[in-house]
Ligand binder design. Structure first.
Ligand code: SF4
Length: 240
């Protein structure tokens, strides 16, 4: 088993190396691509969440065997490193293994609250990030309709602020984009986010004018001097 792998295609825009720790994810985002990518039954993917077999030991073995060091390793791509309502101790153990071997982590989660526990393991060379797709105001403090079993958007932003105060680098993945005006607002006011990655919707339909959104978002990113990356799919729309 080689749990550390190089993401391919569009996933490569997330990072050079990644680990998927769990067999499924309980967050039930309607736009979730993971069951398709993994050729898994959707209901099973969202209801059977376990750490992959011997995942901590396998990560340790692969790092030693291949002499992996000095890398930034993304957690996770086809699951969430902090599945809400489940024990995420394997994530903590894997972060320890990664850090002790001279590598760093790039975390991406929709569960800010549980991630706080592991901030003691992170430093200025790690990236802690959350997904933020843009939300209607009445969903900001609760389970959002699009990600109905994930943590509240407000809680995710609070976790980013706490990470920033602790000297950990912060980032946000705005992909897919669901409520574009909310993202534009976040760009203007969220000084605690060090790095922005902006994309568009995946294979689901959307009424958003991507060209207009991309141009508007980039204008604010530049005006506020944000460090950012526009994903290829959105850049293509902007260049049309
Ligand atoms: S957090 Fe990611 S893996 Fe989990 S249901 Fe949502 S899109 Fe799928």
């Amino acid at each position: 088993m080689k749990p550390i792998y190089e993401p391919k295609g569009k996933a490569k825009e997330y990072g050079d190396l990644a680990i998927n720790i769990y067999t499924g994810c309980p967050h039930r985002c309607y736009y979730c691509f993971a069951p398709n990518v993994l050729h898994r039954d959707k209901e099973k993917f969202h209801s059977v969440i376990e750490p992959r077999a011997n995942i901590v030991e396998e990560v340790k073995r692969q790092i030693e065997r291949e002499g992996i060091t000095g890398k930034l390793i993304h957690l996770c791509f086809t699951c969430d490193p902090y599945p809400l309502g489940y024990d995420s101790t394997p994530t903590r153990e894997i972060i320890k293994v990664i850090k002790e071997s001279g590598n760093n982590v790039q975390i991406l989660t929709k569960n800010g609250y549980d991630a706080l526990r592991d901030f003691d393991l992170l430093d200025e060379n790690d990236l802690f990030g959350v997904t933020y797709t843009g939300y209607p105001e009445d969903e900001f403090r609760t389970f959002p309709a699009a990600e109905r079993c994930a943590d509240a958007p407000l809680s995710r932003l609070k976790a980013l602020k706490i990470a920033k105060d602790k000297g950990i680098k912060t980032w946000v993945s705005c992909e897919p984009v669901i409520c574009e005006n909310d993202i534009i607002e976040l760009i203007q006011f969220a000084d605690y986010i060090d790095f922005w990655k902006i994309g568009k919707m995946n294979h689901y339909p959307s009424d958003i004018n991507w060209k207009e959104f991309g141009i508007r978002a980039e204008r604010f990113l530049k005006t506020r001097r944000r460090n950012y990356y526009i994903k290829d799919s959105l850049r293509e729309e902007m260049n049309k």
